[in-house]
Design a protein around this ligand. Structure first.
Ligand code: SAM
Ligand code: SF4
Length: 337
């Protein structure tokens, strides 16, 4: 097999967007039931045979990176519940010594993996934590593991090897406990990110709170200074001086009120090998079918390139889709959030 397909000049779509960021959902399974992500009774797990094996994931990530992907984020479901997850990361690192590897996790099992992740050069950790109240954590996630998450964050800070972002989904209750949240993370070297809740086909009755309300509340609590140079493609960044004592970095992610589709550089590989170019789109390309029918790397590369070329210009989500009637949306836990 020659590697001619590697020379083809980046993953560009018909709207001129270049894609260099791949999110890989390594499992649909999870040890939490966050109420904005899954129904309390959970969802039916996909069969083991349908999930890509480690060697399939490593191979397909290799093809993506040959085409221009420079950053790979492992997500899920909960990536750390996948058996053999560290072997998977090891395999990817061996194949791609220079690729940026990142992890999004709910943090429950994280503490035991931190040293190994550091040693494999995983530098960016996004930990999902919506609350500093163990009671609210139980209400939101169905679990009593709040302490484990907080301890993992503290241990990660101690190791001083990671850039840590905390992701909190935004609800009215978030504003009610904002002071406690800020007090807790003051002086800890983490970026706090608040994300507008997105509709999910599986969850009904989510109350949408626009990011602007959070921004107004923060501005009333301290000096909220826009730091445009820190913006990412999805987050508006702020420096926040609170109680006159310290500066915190705060990111606000508004997928609904501040659609960022025009600068989207990400694509997603689901645990069953579906390439999705949009989190909210129904379209996908079945890479598992190709992998398991003996396709060569050049065929995989052609399928990936074509699928990305045709990425839709933008999603069509609206805030009023929150009633769970938005049928095009599958579970975040399957696609990877
Ligand atoms: N289990 C891991 C975790 O929770 O970090 C990784 C997968 S999870 C699907 C990825 C991200 O999606 C999490 O930060 C989670 O808060 C976010 N998420 C899930 N459902 C969401 C929703 N309806 N709206 C906004 N964000 C959501
Ligand atoms: Fe699990 Fe993450 Fe979904 Fe919560 S947000 S249920 S931790 S996949």
């Amino acid at each position: 097999m020659n590697g001619d397909w590697k020379q083809k000049g980046g993953l560009v779509d018909l709207h001129g967007r270049v894609h260099d960021y791949l999110r890989v959902s390594v499992t649909d399974r999870c040890n939490l039931r966050c109420r904005y992500c899954m129904p309390p009774e959970g969802v039916e797990w996909l069969s083991h045979e349908s999930i890509l094996r480690n060697e399939e994931i490593v191979r397909v990530i290799g093809v993506f990176c040959g085409l221009g992907i420079a950053k790979v984020r492992f997500t899920g479901g909960e990536p750390l519940v996948r058996r053999g997850f560290m072997e998977l990361v090891t395999g990817v690192r061996r194949l791609l010594p220079d690729t940026e590897l990142c992890l999004t996790t709910n943090g429950i099992l994280l503490k035991g993996y931190l040293e190994a992740l550091r040693d494999l050069g995983v530098r960016k950790l996004n930990v999902s934590l919506d609350t500093v109240s163990p009671e609210r954590y139980r209400e939101l996630t169905g679990s009593d593991c709040h302490r484990e998450v907080v301890e993992a964050i503290d241990r990660a800070l101690e190791l001083d090897a990671f850039e840590i972002k905390l992701n909190a989904v935004l609800f009215r209750e978030t504003l009610e406990e904002l002071e406690a949240f800020l007090d807790y993370f003051s002086g800890r070297r983490v970026t706090l990110r608040f994300i507008e809740v997105m509709p999910s086909g599986l969850v009904k009755g989510l109350e949408f709170l626009p990011a602007a309300e959070l921004e107004r509340t923060l501005a009333a609590m301290g000096a909220l200074v826009r730091n445009g140079s820190g913006d990412t493609r999805v987050a508006r960044m702020y420096d926040f001086r609170y109680r006159g004592r310290y500066d915190m970095k705060i990111g606000v992610i508004p997928p609904l009120t501040g659609c960022f589709c025009d600068r989207c550089n990400r694509v997603r590989l689901s645990s069953v090998g579906a390439l999705r170019t949009c989190l909210h789109g129904a379209e996908f390309c079945d890479l598992r079918g190709l992998l398991r029918s003996g396709a060569g790397d050049d065929e995989l590369a052609a399928a990936i390139t074509t699928c990305i070329r045709e990425k839709p210009r933008e999603h069509a989500l609206q805030c009023h889709d929150m009633d769970g009637t938005c049928s095009s949306l599958s579970s975040m836990s399957r696609i990877g959030g």
